[in-house]
Design a protein. Structure first.
Lengths: 100, 231
């Protein structure tokens, strides 16, 4: 099978989970409880994307990811704009990789 | 608020994602070219799939000689989490026309979902989401194009340290809500513990889906009525 056909297949199976909720969202009646559930998903989804994956940012130096994440937490408590947390985390990880 | 202003707000909110996307796009493109894909195939994948982790996995599988069905099935599993994320994004866009929702849905990523649903800072408008799309999709595609013409990866000092950019983005989106509510914090800790435990026994993509759903399900009972995100 040509590589382009494989890529097209990947596009289709990636598109479907993104498309189906767009088509159906206003046709499904939702209880208050389901709406509350959906409001909590952003927190749990982001948490699951961070932990434990962040430890493997540099597979040989788990400390880079751990201290990077810790720096992001500390900076976010002081400055809520994402860019500060990102810069703080990258600098912390860079220091670990450069010096440890 | 004008549509133009909503769009600009979306672009501004999405710009920090570039710091994370560009090095990943370059790393993906360099390994795609290295494993025998043409620049045309490499860029096409970024244009029509737009899902970083699965693109990287596909390239690794193809270079290891995996068949079409295996690659496509792995892609499906890796990206299934977007069903949950798209549901949250579309819930916020419920009042938008069907065509706008359908047209925006291919651009639901971990990052556009996170930025769009985790705070009230962005209006729940299709124009704001379109702004996020512009600020995330274009760097992804352009980073891929750039990577096709690079002979080697970025040095590890740069690429590995930039690898914390997207986790840091998510952390900064979680912290403001969590510092206001001990119950929300408890749900987040529970979810992290659940995902760490589950990913030791099942594959990472299933663990993310299961802990996202179970964490929020527990949250319905733990967290109070008014707490939670914008969606």
């Amino acid at each position: 099978m040509s590589t382009y056909l494989i890529i097209a297949g990947m596009a289709v199976v990636t598109l479907l989970p993104r498309l189906i909720p767009a088509a159906l969202i206003d046709r499904l009646p939702m209880s208050k409880r389901v709406e509350r559930f959906l409001r909590l998903i952003p927190y749990t989804a982001m948490t699951a994307l961070i932990f434990p994956g962040v430890v493997k940012v540099d597979p040989e130096r788990p400390l880079a990811g751990i201290l990077g994440a810790a720096a992001a937490v500390v900076v976010s408590l002081i400055r809520p704009k994402p860019i500060y947390a990102i810069v703080g985390a990258v600098l912390a990880a860079m220091a670990v990789i450069a010096f440890l | 608020m004008t549509h133009r202003r909503e769009f600009v707000m979306g672009v501004k909110a999405g710009l920090p994602v570039c710091i994370g996307f560009i090095p990943i796009a370059i790393a993906y493109a360099v390994s795609a070219i290295h494993s025998g894909l043409t620049p045309g195939q490499t860029v096409t994948m970024s244009v029509i799939v737009f899902a970083g982790a699965s693109q990287m996995a596909a390239v690794n599988m193809l270079s290891a000689g995996a068949g079409a069905a295996a690659v496509i099935f792995a892609t499906f599993i890796l990206n299934l989490r977007h069903f949950i994320m798209s549901t949250c994004v579309m819930k916020r866009l419920e009042k938008a026309p069907l065509m706008a929702r359908l047209g925006l849905s291919p651009f639901v990523t971990d990052e556009s979902f996170a930025l769009f649903t985790s705070s009230e800072a962005l209006p729940g408008s299709p124009y704001a989401f379109l702004g996020l799309v512009a600020a995330t999709y274009l760097p992804w595609v352009l980073g891929t194009v750039a990577g096709c013409f690079m002979f080697s990866l970025l040095p590890p000092l740069v690429s590995d340290s930039l690898g914390v950019a997207l986790p840091a983005l998510f952390i900064s989106l979680i912290v403001p809500g969590v510092r206001k509510s001990a119950r929300l914090f408890a749900m987040v800790v529970l979810t992290a513990a659940l995902n760490t435990a589950l990913s030791a026994v099942i594959s990472g993509s299933w663990a993310v889906i299961a802990s996202t759903l179970l964490g929020a399900l527990a949250g319905v009972f733990i967290v109070g009525e008014e707490e939670g995100a914008a969606a």
